[in-house]
Design a protein around this ligand. Structure first.
Ligand code: NAD
Ligand code: WQD
Length: 341
């Protein structure tokens, strides 16, 4: 056993895929999730894939007393991967306090407990949203943050600053922030995947739900951008590749390979793909005809962003291996399973 890892938000989309990869690589996994955006059955699905059922605790990480009690009950945690957060950009504009409270307090409570329980290592879910629209592409880690477009984006910037400040004065605490680009797809078993509540805000779940007949039509937000086909460009990354990056980050921490006790890495493929390219790939790979129309730009959208991943490739020894075809095939397999198609 390599170590015992607390995976917060482990019943969620990226957390569940990471729990699978951690178990596969020899870690013990303990999940804390309040199921505010996920379902308890995910824990059984992780067991189906791996043959191992992670321990599961259902409570809110913002409850400092419960969190302290958890660490007293569950001895021997060696590291933390912190996924739990509220993540809907639009909702964060409507309910900023919910986002600041949940995303900041959960991290602060965890850091308090790292100190109390001498747990040295934490991997944090950050986002390419910290960069806004970068001036130069591909975007490297030393690109300065732009003013956040949303309270959600601001929480990611503030959380990174909190970890950086804490790391400066606590040599015994180590942090790695992974800045995810656009995670899509699902585990190839179709046992776990993304389960958006209500109408999806993100492109790929909206595509798969449209193909499944749940949505009538996909709206493509703008075709007059300065890109090859006029639609916006993103760096889509398969969620299993992303999950593997967390294992590499944790390996780096337990192997004491960090160069500084606060590090941050871009986690993307390095490829930019336009909305129309995503749609065409989905249609080709799945043999589905997608009903879509071009509408106005979505306010706040960046035009084009994709990662320079040299740092993660060289330092973490990690590289994305699954391409956009696989992402679409796996996203569709998952949708078909969820929709009984
Ligand atoms: P998700 O909503 O599927 O998973 C988050 C999980 O955390 C959910 O299961 C939810 O129930 C749980 N949770 C939320 N607040 C909690 C709390 N206070 N206490 C206990 N559990 C709580 O989201 P995801 O897509 O898996 O995202 C995971 C992380 O990655 C988040 O921090 C998110 O901001 C970040 N991220 C996501 C994306 C993306 O596009 N999905 C991109 C960049 C960064
Ligand atoms: C991708 C592209 C849309 C839906 C968001 C967050 C970001 C990060 C990842 C967490 C854009 C277009 C979308 C639709 C469309 N999350 N689109 N029709 O906006 O890059 O990033 O998720 O950290 O913070 O902002 O992802 O999937 O919403 O959009 O045309 O119905 O698809 O305009 O160009 P985005 P997305």
């Amino acid at each position: 056993m390599k170590g015992k890892i607390l995976v917060t938000g482990g019943a969620g989309y990226i957390g569940s895929h990471t729990a699978v990869e951690l178990i596969k690589s020899g870690y013990e996994v303990v999940i804390v999730d309040n199921l505010s955006n996920s379902r308890a059955e995910v824990i059984d699905s992780i067991q189906k894939i791996t043959g191992t059922k992670p321990s599961f605790y259902n409570f809110d990480l913002c409850d400092a007393e419960k969190l302290s009690g958890f660490f007293k009950a569950e001895k021997g945690i060696t590291g933390i991967i912190h996924f739990a957060a509220s993540k809907a950009v639009g909702e964060s504009v409507q309910k900023p306090l919910l986002y600041y409270r949940n995303n900041l307090n959960s991290l602060i409570n965890l850091i308090d407990q790292m100190k109390v329980n001498s747990i040295p290592d934490l991997v944090f879910s950050s986002s390419c949203t910290v960069y806004g629209q970068p001036d130069k592409l591909p975007v490297t880690e030393d690109t300065p943050f732009k003013t956040a477009e949303s309270p959600y984006g601001n929480t990611k910037q503030i959380c990174e600053e909190i970890m950086q400040d804490v790391a400066k004065v606590n040599d015994d605490l180590n942090f790695i922030a992974l800045r995810y680009f656009n995670p899509v797809g699902a585990h190839e078993s179709a046992e776990i995947g993304e389960l958006p509540l209500g109408v999806p805000a993100n492109l790929v779940p909206f595509i798969t739900q449209t193909a499944a007949g749940i949505r009538k039509e996909l709206s493509v937000f703008g075709d007059d951008y300065d890109t090859s086909d006029g639609t916006a460009v993103r760096d889509y990354i398969h969620v299993v590749d992303l999950a593997e990056a967390h294992v590499k980050a944790m390996d780096r921490m337990i192997g004491k390979k960090q160069k500084r006790n606060y590090e941050y890495f871009n986690v993307g493929t390095g490829n930019g793909t336009s909305v129309l390219e995503v749609i065409k790939t989905f249609e080709r790979v799945t043999n589905q005809k997608l009903n879509y129309k071009i509408v106005d730009r979505r306010p706040g959208d960046v035009v084009k962003i994709y990662a320079n991943t040299d740092l993660a490739n060289n330092e973490l020894g990690w590289k994305a291996s699954l391409g956009i075809d696989q992402m679409m095939a796996d996203a569709w397999r998952w949708q078909k399973k969820v929709s009984n198609i």
